[in-house]
Design a protein around this ligand. Structure first.
Ligand code: DP6
Length: 397
């Protein structure tokens, strides 16, 4: 048997500070407003994907987190079709002959997330970004790939870049101008830190795809938001990032998260993503900021109850201590914080009283501490392939 051509890549999670919610075209995944996100560091959270092509493969196949999934899923098909289209175009334009051979070959795809589904992080963003990036490597396709990742999952287009990334909504009906673009690289604001507060497992909330569909159909607030609020906010947010103005960045982030959840409530029937733990986090953050007479923390929530906190490095130890106090964990805090190490500090009586909330035991199961990170990358070490030299998933998965 001929040895498969195999490539493995990783891609990051991103967390929006100006939210994407609502499509104007379901199939091409074109949004009703632009959005902006921060790419999280892959040392803490990432998807790894291996793609192999071989003449001996009978059909396209995909394994996600150790389980074979349906390759005929329309969004997977869109990504595969678009990459093959670009590859065909490239080989017609006279590039390497070996590429054109490979074009007719079937693919085996194997992908794993290194973060628990319970963390409620949009795994589809990192997943589709990684799929598209890896397929492009295998088929020798270069250039603008965010347009293809977008067709897997809207937010995935923003995971194609590191640092601070905007998804420009575009105007064309064919989606050619609906692309992600880096606003600032991951080195731009080294003090910025991100804490994911994982709320204890709840029932599965309404998925983003169907949730935003109902919002577009029923919420007039969403229409107002997309037309009259987000355009101005995008400009202000880009400026805040460029100036590294934390207070401006944080205020916009919180207001935008709140407005997104207000549009969910304005959806009919309403959608509730925030729970009592989320509300306690929101109160805690505002009381903390008020105590210091300065915006030191920002929260944001996606389609679930987990909070993502943005802050600056110097405030992390005290804030984590505050979280531990107001959400006393099950264990003695041993495994409460994962990711970047955090210095232990004492919580002042003054701050505790200023916050003055009733502790919610076990409300948060753990915290992932991370920072801004780079976009997708290729893993050169062949021992990291998820598919064996025969092109089938390794047994250890
Ligand atoms: C609340 O990208 O998951 O996280 O395009 O239907 O796949 P589809 O939706 P998805 O929606 C993400 C929504 C959000 C906000 C955001 O990331 O901007």
């Amino acid at each position: 048997m001929e040895k498969p051509n195999t490539v493995t890549c990783t891609a990051p999670v991103n967390i929006a500070v100006i939210k994407y919610w609502g499509k104007r075209n379901e199939e091409l995944i074109l949004p009703i407003n632009s959005s902006l996100s921060v790419t999280l560091h892959q040392d803490q959270l990432k998807t790894t994907t291996t793609v192999a092509t071989s003449r001996s493969f009978q059909e396209d196949r995909i394994w996600l987190n150790g389980k074979e999934e349906d390759i005929t899923h329309p969004r997977l098909q869109s990504c595969l079709r678009e990459i093959r289209r670009l590859a065909r175009k490239r080989s017609k334009d006279g590039d390497r002959a070996s590429d054109s051979m490979r074009l007719s070959h079937k693919v085996h795809i194997c992908s794993v997330n290194d973060f628990p589904t319970a963390a409620g992080l949009a795994s589809s963003a990192a997943g589709f970004a990684c799929l598209v990036y890896t397929l492009a490597q295998v088929f020798g396709v270069e250039g603008e790939l965010s347009e293809i990742a977008r067709q897997g999952s809207g937010s995935a287009c923003r995971s194609m870049y590191g640092g601070f990334v905007q998804w420009i909504m575009g105007e064309e009906d064919n989606g050619k101008d609906s692309l992600a673009q880096q606003v600032a690289p991951e080195t731009h604001w080294p003090e910025l830190r991100v804490l994911v507060l994982v709320a204890s497992a709840e029932r599965k909330p309404v998925g983003s795809t169907s949730g935003m569909q109902t919002s577009v159909q029923t919420s007039r607030l969403l229409k107002h938001r997309a037309e009259s609020v987000v355009p101005g906010r995008m400009e202000e947010m880009i400026e805040a990032v460029q100036r590294k103005d934390f207070a401006a960045f944080a205020d916009l982030t919180m207001k935008d998260s709140n407005q997104f959840h207000a549009t969910c409530l304005d959806t009919y029937p309403p959608i509730f993503y925030l729970n009592s733990v989320s509300q306690q986090v929101i109160n805690l953050v505002h009381r903390y900021n008020r105590h210091y007479k300065e915006t030191r923390l920002a929260y944001t929530f996606d389609a679930g109850p987990n909070a993502v906190i943005y802050t600056l490095q110097q405030h992390v130890p005290e804030f984590v201590q505050t979280v531990q106090h107001f959400f006393p964990p099950e264990t003695n805090g041993g495994e409460f914080v994962k990711g970047l190490p955090i210095e232990q500090v004492a919580l002042s009586e003054e701050l505790r009283q200023a916050i003055g909330l009733e502790p919610l035991p076990k409300g948060i199961s753990y915290v992932i501490s991370t920072k801004v990170g780079p976009g997708p990358c290729v893993l050169e070490d062949p021992t990291q392939h998820l598919l064996g030299s025969d092109g089938w998933p390794k047994k250890t998965l």
